[in-house]
Design a protein around this ligand. Structure first.
Ligand code: GLN
Length: 493
């Protein structure tokens, strides 16, 4: 039999129910894979071996008794380390939270556990999810499984790398400006940012609350859909949680694109986008047209202001959200003569350079006299972007664009220049600013063999249509490559 670590979530669920293997055997295969790949990648910050085996045994026992909890039961999954896990260290990739063990599970994590999933561990990230390469982790970077001299993207780089190599069959990440979709693209897997409010953020350590969403990573569109289905829905513990009827995530997988109108975002296709990424996107648009979709060019005129608006909005919100890390209640404390000095020292020692930069920028943008010129202006741009999307969705069912301007870049290549790093998110932040869903999936590789991602976007609560189009793109692309590290033959360095 093939290595169980290479199964999709859907196939693993079928195998478990057919009695071909147990959840414990599945977990053992995934743990074996991690024991080989982790020394190359550093995708995980914490592995919860005991908790995972206990959950796998419970899944086996339940299935034996005919207690079927659905498609995630017995499936080994990873969780980004900015989501609270009861009794398990939750660091946000920051020294300031090192050693923090939350007394509760985030709602999304709790829902996975209630669905019988096996949480294998916590994955690496840019500190407080601020970054696009996972190089801002206080615990060292994660590497890209396709080329370990390159970044996996970020901030959910650990989750993406783990799923790409099979040290988890799926994972949760968070996406504030692209942190699920961008690493999914750079690691050749599927990643989705759901509609704002569809997945509870209770227990997700807040970065920018008007933008943050939790979402899934999978190796296939179907796997991402199964994961989203497992975590979505109203939660009274999150004041922004959506109360209405939720989209039928998996209903239209397989319905195809014939008769659909697909808009390609003109502003996200040429300038600043690598020519091989543009070429792969155009090839896919031709294939979609051949499959019966009507492909039209659509303009989002305010898109060019998206990045600037985001880099005022997100730091402003982070400067408020991160005020709570002051050495009093959680994590690191550096003593001082006064309470104020203790707080200042703890924060100076605990936060890394990017987080510090964001707090300073955000505090400035919110300060008296500048508030309206910076934060207020960014909010107005956000409205314009939402209006652009509304106009576009009058004409088309979904929008597509490249997910990222380039394929995976080299470790260290952009660390000295925050602005170039920020540009990695130019295609993804628009959906965060509008609160809309977006998915990235692999459509090919460049001349270096590095994966290229395509982004599909839909209006708020348009996930059913989003998954329908993504599944069709997946079929047309026929992307079946895996990184060399995703084999049991690779040995530790
Ligand atoms: N890379 C973006 C940033 O640094 C987005 C991060 C995210 O989505 N969490 O803010």
């Amino acid at each position: 039999m093939a290595d169980l670590a290479d199964l999709t979530i859907a196939a693993a669920g079928a195998g478990l129910r057919a009695g071909e293997f147990s959840a414990v055997e599945l977990l053992a295969a995934v743990a074996r894979r991690a024991s080989v790949t982790e020394s190359h990648l550093h995708a995980f910050l914490t592995l919860d071996r005991d908790g995972a085996y206990a959950a796998a045994e419970a899944a086996d026992a339940a299935l034996k008794e005919g207690n079927d909890l659905g498609p995630l039961q017995g499936i080994p999954l990873a969780v980004k380390d900015n989501m609270c896990t009861r009794g398990i260290e939750t660091t946000c990739g920051s020294q300031i939270l090192a050693g923090y063990r939350p007394p509760y599970d985030a709602t999304a994590v709790r829902r996975l556990r209630e669905a019988g999933a096996v949480v294998v561990g916590k994955t690496n990230l840019d500190e407080y999810a601020m970054g696009s390469s996972t190089e801002n982790s206080a615990f060292g970077p994660t590497r890209n499984p396709w080329d370990t001299d390159r970044v996996p993207g970020g901030s959910s780089g650990g989750s993406a790398a783990a799923v790409a190599v099979g040290s988890a069959l799926g994972a949760l990440g968070s996406d504030t400006g692209g942190s699920i979709r961008q690493p999914a693209a750079l690691c050749g897997i599927v990643g989705l940012k759901p509609t704002y409010g569809l997945v509870s953020r209770y227990g997700l350590v807040a970065f920018a609350s008007s933008l943050d969403q939790i979402g899934p990573f999978g190796r296939t569109v179907e796997d991402a859909a199964l994961l989203l289905d497992g975590i979505l829905g109203f939660d009274p513990n999150d004041a922004t949680s959506y109360r209405g009827e939720v989209p039928a995530i998996t209903r239209s997988l397989g319905a195809g694109v014939a008769g659909l109108r697909i808009g390609v975002v003109a502003e996200l296709l040429d300038e600043g986008i690598d020519s091989q990424v543009t070429a792969a996107t155009e090839t896919m648009l031709d294939q979609l047209a051949a499959a019966g979709a009507e492909v039209v060019e659509v303009s989002l005129p305010s898109a060019e202001y998206g990045l600037s608006a985001y880099y005022l909005n997100a730091p402003a919100e982070c400067s408020a959200n991160l005020a709570r890390f002051d050495g009093v209640r959680y994590g690191l404390r550096v003593d001082g003569a006064t309470t104020e000095e203790m707080m200042a020292r703890s924060r100076a020692a605990g936060f890394g350079p990017e987080v510090t930069r964001r707090i300073l920028l955000g505090t400035y943008a919110l300060s008296a006299g500048y508030y309206d010129a910076f934060y207020g202006q960014a909010q107005r741009v956000r409205t314009l972007i939402r209006q652009d999307f509304d106009a576009a969705y009058e004409q088309v069912d979904v929008l597509v664009s490249p997910t990222t301007p380039t394929t995976a870049f080299r470790i260290g290549e952009k660390t000295d220049d925050p602005l170039t790093m920020y540009l990695s998110d130019v295609c993804t932040i628009l959906s965060n600013l509008a609160g809309h869903p977006g998915i990235s999936l692999p459509i090919g590789v460049d001349s270096k063999g590095l994966p290229i991602g395509l982004q599909v976007m839909a209006p708020a609560l348009g996930e059913e249509m989003l998954f329908r189009v993504a599944a069709a793109v997946e079929d047309l692309a026929g992307f079946d490559r895996r990184p060399a590290l995703a084999t049991s033959e690779v040995s530790p360095p």
